[in-house]
Structures are given as C-alpha cells and as structure tokens.
Design a protein around this ligand. Structure first.
Ligand SMILES: Cc1ncc(COP(=O)(O)O)c(C=O)c1O
Length: 385
C-alpha cells in the first residue's frame, strides 16, 4: 500500500528551527522581544490598531468576553457548527451560550436565526468563520448595532481571510485567531486577539497575565521594576517567545500557504465536481476564502454506505480525514444543560450528517490531492445506489 496520507501536517523549515534555537540560546524563553515582534508583524498584516498574543484562540475568546464583563445572567449567541471552545468560554464566565443554526451555502451562522434568538439578556454575537470563509458580517454587524451587542469573532480558521475587501480582524469588537498545530499557520499552540478598541486591548492585555500592572517581561529586564499591582483577577494566557519564534516565520510564508490551499481546493473541484453523491464546499463571491478546511458532504440517499463507513473506506485506502464539527448542541453536556433538540437546528443537522473534511495543506501537494480524489471516486463508484 502507498504511504498513508495524514489528515493534516504543518509546514516548517530551517527558518523556524533556527529561530527557536536562537530563542533557547538567548536566555529569554517566555513572553519577550519575539512576542512583541510577532504582534507587530501580525498587527500590520491584519491592519488593526492592536494585536495581543495569547497562548490559544480559546484564551483570546475567553479574554474578549471577560474584558466586556460578560458573566452570569448574560447570553452570548454563536453557531452550533463550531468547536466546543467557542461555547465553553461563555460557560466559564457564568454566561449562557445560545446556539443558532447555519446557512446552507457556507455553513456559517445564519443572521436571521441569530436575530430570532436575541432576548433582553443577549450581550454578544460570536461569529465563527467556518473553514476559513467569512460570515455574512454586514448583516451580523447591523443586527448587533440595532440591539447594542458586541461582536466577538472566532477567526480560528480565518487568518488572511477577507470580507468585501476588508481583512478579518478589524470588523467586530475583537477577533481571535488560532495557531494550533493544524491551523493555516502555527506556533504549536497559540493565538492572537486583534481589535481597534484601545480600552478593550488594554483590558485584554491586563487579563492575559494575572491582571498584573506590569508584564513579567518588564520586571526581569534592566528597565523593569519589582513593584506591580494586581488590578483584576486575571488569567495565565501569555504566549512564549519560543512560540513567537515559529509565528514570525510562519507569517512570512502565510500568503504562499493560502495560495497553495486555494489551488488544492480548485483541484478538488476539478476532480470531484461531477459526482452527484457528494456536495463540495461553495465559495460566496464577496469573500477571500482561506481554505482552512475542505469539508465535503456525502449524500446519504445516493449511497449504500453512511458517513462513518465512507470515512472507514477512505482510511482503508490510506487517506486520513476528520469531521468539523460534531455540532455543539449534540454534545451531552450541552444537550442536558440547555435541553437542545435536533429540530432546533435543521440546517446544521442536515449538513453534519454527511460532513467529512478531506486533507488540504501545503505539503499535500498536487499528487496528494490527486490520490485523495481518486480514493473518494473509488469509494463512490463501489457504493453508489
Ligand atoms: C472554530 C474554532 N474555534 C476555536 C478553536 C480553539 O483554538 P485553540 O486550540 O487555539 O484554542 C478551534 C480549534 O480547533 C476552532 O476550530
């Protein structure tokens, strides 16, 4: 059998390795000059006033809600088709995550369903740019303004994405990005929060490191002072220089990564576009899609096998896949605490039933895409009704 094609691999070369080694030799491992450099590079790339590095996107989302003083009695609306972290952070603060359904064209938050779920307790909307395709931000921002709500964007998939020519990162009140190992650029674990609001930026920075009035980075340099005050009970969410060393060099390659992802998505479209047994992901015309994921849907009534069997058949042919996501409302904790019913989310239920994310990453290359597509065609050919 040919080599197994994993679902995902990071692209790292000598520049990241050298920078990490340089950091290790420098004597400064945690938050320091490389984090500052990474923040500055990222801020310029996205074009926002502020960029604060954190140790995950989850931390960025948590800090964003905390900086807005969202807590018990408050409701936060987000999509059910997301990673659990988006909803979990609201729960951590004692707020209630209210899940909404998705649109069928882009699998993103449906603005009309968001509006239906607004109550006097709603404080924020958390759009998730699923797979790297921006949400319908004009509609969501208009709803938020009308109801005086904050917009806290989850851009874990969407570094480099654009909506109507505007970079994702400067549209809502804050935007959180992920640099987890599988993401379009990586620091192993890591995240960044961008905003144009100076007050929110200051609060997020304060809460990132215990609520201390000075960064530890200042305390132990020749410029630093031993004295600090705790101004709020903050968290331990700072990024290390070891992580930023990776991020600085991933940023240099990000545009080429995105172009390669787009090319691979076009190849899948060319190789699989004629199959009636699967639905390929679509791109809206008003966005720059950065193709973090390539989620196909198998059409149940055209095949003898279901999604799980399809995944197993691909694995037997040496292809790794994943599913993004098991909708939040289907997880036991959420189902039991909020009493969600599948009928509350007809679109997410219909989409989830057939979802499979195919491999898509720079190292896959054209040959890899060809092998995955051939395996998908073979599974369809042998199992069509
Ligand atoms: C939509 C979404 N939000 C948030 C996260 C959390 O990112 P992190 O692992 O950086 O905390 C992920 C990670 O997979 C994600 O897919």
């Amino acid at each position: 059998m040919e080599d197994f094609i994993p679902y995902c691999l990071p692209t790292l070369d000598e520049s990241e390795i050298d920078e990490v080694v340089d950091t290790l030799r420098s004597g400064w491992l945690t938050t320091g000059p490389k984090v500052t450099r990474f923040e500055e590079t990222f801020r310029n790339y996205v074009g926002t006033e502020h960029a604060a590095a954190v140790n995950s996107c989850t931390a960025g989302l948590h800090l964003s809600l905390a900086a807005l003083d969202i807590g018990p009695g408050d409701e936060v609306i987000t999509t059910t088709l997301t990673f659990c972290a988006t909803a979990n952070v609201a729960v951590h603060l004692g707020a209630t995550p209210v899940l909404a359904d998705i649109c069928l064209d882009d699998y993103n938050l449906d603005p009309a369903d968001v509006e239906r779920r607004i109550t006097p307790k709603t404080r924020a909307i958390m759009p998730v740019h699923y797979a790297g395709q921006p949400c319908r931000m004009d509609e969501l921002m208009e709803i938020a303004e009308r109801h005086n709500l904050a917009v806290i964007e989850d851009a874990a998939h969407a570094v480099g994405a654009e909506y109507k020519g505007k970079s994702i990162g400067g549209i809502g009140h804050t935007t959180s990005f992920s640099f987890y190992a599988t993401k379009n650029m990586t620091t192993g674990e890591g995240g960044m929060v961008t905003t144009n609001d100076a007050e929110l930026a200051n609060k997020i920075r304060l809460l990132t490191l215990h609520g201390m009035s000075h960064d530890a980075w200042d305390r132990y340099t020749d410029k630093g002072s031993w004295y600090y005050e705790v101004l709020a009970p903050g968290y331990k969410y700072n990024m290390m220089d070891i992580q930023a060393a990776l991020g600085i060099h991933q940023m240099e390659k990000l545009e080429s990564f995105i172009e390669e992802r787009k090319h691979q998505a076009e190849l899948y479209q060319r190789y699989l576009g004629d199959l009636e047994e699967i639905i390929l992901p679509a791109t809206r015309p008003d966005v720059r899609h950065v193709w973090h994921l390539y989620p196909i849907r198998v059409v149940a009534d055209r095949l003898e096998i279901d999604r799980s069997e399809f995944i197993e058949a691909l694995r037997e042919r040496g292809i790794g896949t994943s599913v993004h996501f098991i909708p939040v409302h289907k997880h036991p904790w959420y189902r039991e605490h909020y009493g969600y019913q599948p009928t509350d989310f007809p679109n997410a239920e219909a989409v989830y039933e057939g979802l499979i994310s195919l491999p898509l990453y720079p190292r896959l290359g054209e040959d890899g895409v060809g092998r995955v597509a051939e395996a998908v065609r073979d599974v369809v050919r042998r199992n069509r009704r």
